[in-house]
Design a protein around this ligand. Sequence first.
Ligand SMILES: C[S@@+](CC[C@H](N)C(=O)[O-])C[C@H]1O[C@@H](n2cnc3c(N)ncnc32)[C@H](O)[C@@H]1O
Length: 402
Amino acid sequence: MSVLTVFQAELVVSVVELVLSQRMATDRAYAKFFAGQSLSAMQKAQVTTSTGDILRRLNLFCFLADVPLEQAHENGAKLIAAWHLLQGYEQPLLHKRAVLSPLEFNDRLLQAKATPLLWQGCPTWLDELGASQLGEQWPKERAALAERARRYIRVNELKTTREDLLGDLIKQGINAEPVTNVATAIQINDQASLFSSNAYQQGWFEQQDAGSQCVVQALDVKPGMTVFDTCAGTGGKTLQLAAMMRGKGRLVAMDIEQWKLDKLQLRAKRAGAFNIETRLIESSKTIKRRKLSADRLLLDVPCSGLGVLKRKPMAKWHDTAERLDALTQLQADILQRYSQLLKVSGIMIYATCSILPQENGDQVRQFLANNSNFLLLEDQTISPSETGFDGFYWAKIVRIDA
Ligand SMILES: C[S@@+](CC[C@H](N)C(=O)[O-])C[C@H]1O[C@@H](n2cnc3c(N)ncnc32)[C@H](O)[C@@H]1O
């Protein structure tokens, strides 16, 4: 990546400080600071990439810049100076007080490289949690989660084929290639702007990690089925389900937040997915009224997000191990209550974007122990270190009796 201009460096400082001080979502912070600026897509991508680098390994950049972690929110200028030195670039001329001594930096760099938790941007609480749950596998996952996230899109098979979309992207000079073993996924190998492309405006693709695409594929939905997606959010996976159903059958997208369902509807329109109905979950009655009605059910439950830290690193710096207990209770409750939607012989996927057994296999084992009318068909953890994708877990479960 090339050196940032002073203006770009200032933008990185503004985003980092706002995200850290007000816990604003990074996407919202980018939208706020990019509004009204005449930056090219490439220049914006440079800002988001360097901001992401800093937030993913915040403890490393604080150490390199000699800033206490708890004061990072008011020291963005020193953090971006450290980022420049780490890339081998001159520091940007922001404030005199933010200039780092290259000698001290190099000394700190040597120490950081010898300290995995710094080099891989991992807070102690997370390291202890990962080690206790994943044992020998954890150091590999910890290293993988410190990498920059790769760019993946999903072809919208309601509108085009992967081959045709690839041809179109390559014709526009975008470096794109198909992902082996994930039939709908394309990897984008440069920072080209995708969202201003004709292909995006036409609804030919959605941005979606390849691992997330594998989760939905596992549900094996068919045209004509009745399918429920009860934790649909803004519809990343719902839209893929709609494409797998070829627009035929009933697809009910539910969530407890109306604004997410509103956004889902807009996305569905662009994607040409016309068999989706949205339903806000207002009380337990919303589920009870529809029991024994689903051929297929996706439970993409709220989770720690520890599988997607490359893309959403703030969980490392805002969360604690204690929050996990409340989350696992919510997951168990959703699994128990919402599974009642399934018909006999119906199949559900329980999924998380976490790689921790506590949220994954342990939950499923407990559910099956309490519900002898359900059977596990198959489960899989999608490992960031083995795939390069984000980390996910899915369990495919069939209802064998009412
Ligand atoms: C992992 S996210 C879903 C992501 C979404 N499926 C996608 O692929 O873009 C979990 C969702 O569950 C929703 N949620 C939280 N508590 C819930 C509950 N009790 N019932 C249903 N949905 C819930 C959240 O609002 C959030 O949108």
